[in-house]
Write a protein that binds this ligand. Structure first.
Ligand code: HEC
Length: 470
């Protein structure tokens, strides 16, 4: 008898609004706003809203675009989120105020005009530009030629935009799943292990404080040796909200394009890049790009009192920037430093961290050395006695986790795919731990500035802390 009935609650109901324990009241309120019609199961409604969300956020294109211009607006231009905000909070576009689209706002009178009382009224605004009380909306609001399925999907999503049910993949009521892709074996195994330990330590700090806005952080790590594409496939069923502190060979992977396609932002990338990512990209780096490291070297070598000026950089542009009367001789990334220096009289030499071992092994006495680092010196300081964990890669992992936590905290509880990148654009300079200053902005998508370290006149090798790795 006891087993005769199967309990309906045995089916996990976390994604169905109706079955949600906390948001039950919100659902009742929302369902009062839905136009009477065929009763749809909550799961169907969720699927419909997910499709509407893709249209609203610009992850999918409207089939027929915008009617008034008879043009199909590009996906990014047609996205409601571009003007009304990713959480429907409204904003400004081209100097014009854009009203909020949250259900609660639409159903209220505004500025002496009546409410958009039901879905039909909202649809008339979207397709015919007919606003409150029948007044024509300003031309800044496009007129959309919606397919029937699109209209339904969009309306389903407009009931939840900006509410607790409106969540990007990887975010639940109580947790945020983040991913990282780092080498977990092979020659870079120790680097990867230290990085993951730093990331985990950083997220353990915030989870011990109760998480961010009531959500704990759950870090999922995949092996960079299998590739980023493989990692994304592994997260297909249980998606992550964003990547943090990933380390892979971008030239080999082309991962940036994959992440953009998947609408996955990548915070505090540790990939070494030629140029900083652009504002429209989905990545924000931690390390200073190679191009800026080279610029810093040229400036440092310009003040060399006498003798040869030689720069040894990694990265593709090293020979290209040998141009333009800098009087600096660049050694190409793979050149034999020892052979090259034998032909020069002593002078000043500047080099990047990745070439430091080659330069230090080959440098004759008498050269004035400058090392350029893609990060603050604090990353490389020797660990305090008894603190084995504090290697450079551990500190970078910790910094990546703290930066992500700060951005999650600034973004608030209403998250969307680019929420962290948007928060980064607005974040003032931050000190993530003593001496680890990061600085971002719309035109600046790397946190650290290049640091010049004068090492004096060569006689012996530089301190071992400057060797890469570990
Ligand atoms: C290019 C910017 C832009 C885009 C894209 C855009 N809107 Fe608008 N929308 C506006 C502006 C501006 C107004 C206010 C016009 C006015 O007050 O005359 C508006 C008004 C509205 C209104 C009336 C709101 C009210 O409270 O009166 C609705 C509903 C609306 N938009 C829905 C949408 C939806 C849904 C989408 C996507 C399918 C969308 N809009 C895309 C700019 C935009």
């Amino acid at each position: 008898m006891r087993h005769a009935r199967s309990l309906p609650s045995a089916k996990p109901a976390a994604r169905s609004a109706k079955g949600h324990p906390v948001t039950g009241l919100a659902f009742v309120l929302l369902s009062a706003l839905v136009v009477p019609g065929p009763v749809v199961a909550a799961d169907d409604d969720a699927a419909l809203a997910a499709r509407g969300r893709a249209l609203y956020q610009g992850h999918a294109a409207f089939a027929r675009g915008s009617g008034v211009t008879a043009l199909r607006l590009p996906v990014a231009m047609a996205a409601c989120a571009r003007c009304h905000g990713a959480t429907g909070a409204g904003g400004r576009e081209g100097g014009q105020p854009v009203p909020p689209l949250r259900a609660a706002a639409l159903r209220q009178p505004r500025e002496g005009r009546p409410a958009l009382a039901d879905d039909a009224a909202v649809l008339r605004a979207v397709t015919q530009g007919q606003g409150r009380g029948g007044a024509a909306l300003a031309p800044a609001m496009p007129r959309y030629a919606l397919q029937p399925g699109e209209a339904q999907a969009l309306l389903a999503y407009l009931h939840r935009v900006g509410t607790e049910q409106d969540r990007p993949p990887g975010v639940t009521d109580g947790a945020i799943r983040l991913g990282s892709v780092v080498p977990l074996g092979g020659p870079a195994a120790a680097t990867g292990a230290a990085l993951v330990a730093g990331l985990r330590a950083g997220f353990a700090e915030v989870n011990a404080r109760g998480g961010v806005h009531g959500r704990r952080i759950d870090l999922q790590v995949q092996d960079a040796r299998a590739g980023v594409r493989q990692a994304l496939a592994a997260w297909q069923d249980e998606p992550v909200f964003a990547l943090v502190g990933g380390l892979w060979n971008e030239a080999q992977e082309g991962a940036d394009a994959l992440l953009a396609q998947a609408h996955l932002s990548h915070i505090a990338t540790l990939v070494v890049r030629e140029q900083s990512p652009r504002a429209a990209d989905w990545s924000a780096d931690l390390l200073a790009p190679v191009a800026l490291q080279r610029d810093a070297l040229v400036r440092a070598l310009a003040s060399c009192p006498a003798g040869a000026r030689v720069a040894v950089a990694h990265g593709d542009g090293a020979t290209a920037s040998a141009s333009a009367g800098t009087q600096v001789r660049w050694l190409a990334p793979q050149s034999d430093v020892r052979a090259a220096l034998r032909q020069e009289q002593a002078g000043c030499i500047g080099y990047t961290l990745a070439r430091a071992p080659a330069v230090q092994a080959a440098l004759p006495a008498g050269w004035t050395q400058t090392l350029v680092l893609p990060m603050p010196a604090a990353v490389l300081e020797p660990a305090p006695a008894g603190e084995r964990a504090a290697t450079p890669w551990y500190r970078l992992g910790l910094a990546a986790a703290r930066l992500t936590t700060e951005l999650l905290s600034r973004a608030g509880r209403a998250l969307y795919e680019r929420a962290l990148l948007d928060a980064l654009d607005r974040m003032p300079e931050q000190e993530l731990s003593p001496g680890l200053l990061v600085h971002y902005g719309r035109q600046r998508r790397h946190g650290f500035s290049p640091l010049l370290v004068p090492l004096g006149v060569s006689a012996d090798a530089a301190p071992s802390a400057f060797r890469q790795g570990g």
